[in-house]
Ligand binder design. Structure first.
Ligand code: FES
Length: 335
């Protein structure tokens, strides 16, 4: 079995364990660190770091040429080197989600799983030479033969080459219609532009974290919660998943339940909501049903992340703020 070494990022005061058989970039991303990278294969130079102490070993060839000055000051590419001892590195982490460049990548559909008559889990792959850099909770724009849509990414940034989207079939969403009519299928090519949005985790907060999703709003919440695992955050987590009462349970109920195993303090509650998609007034009703199900003592002392349709967000936000929530605690993203 390959040895494991401790990698310390001196500027960010963070450390993680990395196997001798993994690149330092892969090890860092797996631990939820916001490292800069682009290609993951030694072509772009975006993943440069400076070796302060320790030894590294090249595990992948790179075409990108480091300058003589960089080599002399022990700059290397994290996607091509693995640790062969404990390391100290100098590298800047992404501090502000807005500094991640907008990327345009052609992705390929790997698999579409229809979990019900109108809900699809779509897995895609980026090309080997281009990984999507994003932060958990962000969205992307997808375009297939001129049909545009914007969806949150459901997967964690630690697997930037494999992305997942949860797509509900809606009459108003032509992209979803193309999925369910099977115009978009395995191997279809889709243009992706992103990442977009600032629905990201407050990684330095010690407060409990309350996550609320309406239906496919689960996608960015899943990305955030799994990112919190990668970071080994020990904050208590409360997850409320509201779903249409016409379904027997939320579409990935077992997945949400399974987090119990990996978190010491995890509370999950699904909320079956009466909801008529054709009636806008029902957004009030959904917001009220979610509000009535919350443990307000917990909510008022937590960071609160909500992913729901804009109208539900507005009504639910109003209810929460009127009842003691501070605006700074609320992080919301419309789906
Ligand atoms: S060289 Fe592109 S990410 Fe490492």
């Amino acid at each position: 079995m390959a040895d494991i070494h401790q990698v310390t990022l001196t500027l960010a005061n963070k450390s993680f364990e990395c196997s001798e058989s993994d690149s330092i970039l892969k090890g860092g991303l797996r631990h939820g660190l916001a490292l800069r990278y682009e290609c993951s294969n030694g072509t772009c130079g975006a993943c440069k770091a400076k070796l302060v102490t320790g030894n590294i070993e090249q595990v992948k060839h790179h075409d990108f040429s480091l300058s003589d000055d960089e080599l002399a000051s022990k700059v290397f590419l994290m996607c091509c080197q693995a640790p062969s001892s404990d390391l100290e590195l100098e590298v800047d982490l992404i501090g502000d989600v807005r500094t991640i460049p907008l990327q345009e990548i052609q992705i390929k559909v790997k698999d579409i799983r229809f979990v019900s008559d109108d809900m699809a889990i779509v897995s895609v792959r980026t090309p080997r030479s281009k990984t999507l850099q994003f932060m958990a909770g962000q969205d992307v724009e997808l375009c297939y033969k001129g049909i545009l849509a914007r969806y949150p990414i459901a997967s964690c940034p630690c697997y930037g080459m494999e992305l997942e989207f949860h797509i509900r079939k809606l009459a108003s969403d032509d992209f979803s219609q193309a999925i369910f009519s099977k115009s978009i299928k395995s191997k279809s090519k889709i243009d992706l532009t992103g990442p977009k949005g600032v629905f990201v985790l407050k990684e330095t907060s010690n407060k409990p974290m309350v996550f609320i999703a309406w239906d496919s709003g689960f996608a960015p919440i899943r990305s955030l919660i799994e990112h919190a695992f990668s970071l080994e955050m020990s904050n208590p987590v409360y997850f409320y998943w509201a779903y249409p009462v016409t379904e027997s349970m939320p579409y990935l109920d077992n997945h949400a339940k399974s987090w119990q195993v990996v978190m010491d303090e995890y509370h999950y509650q699904s909320i079956a909501c009466e909801f008529d998609r054709s009636s806008k007034n029902d957004c009030h009703k959904v917001a009220q049903q979610i509000y009535d199900s919350l443990d307000h003592k917990v909510v008022n002392q937590s960071e609160l992340y909500i992913s729901a349709p804009a109208e539900v967000l507005i009504y639910l936000g109003e209810l929460l703020l009127e009842n003691g929530l501070d605006e700074a605690q609320l992080i919301a993203s419309p789906i």
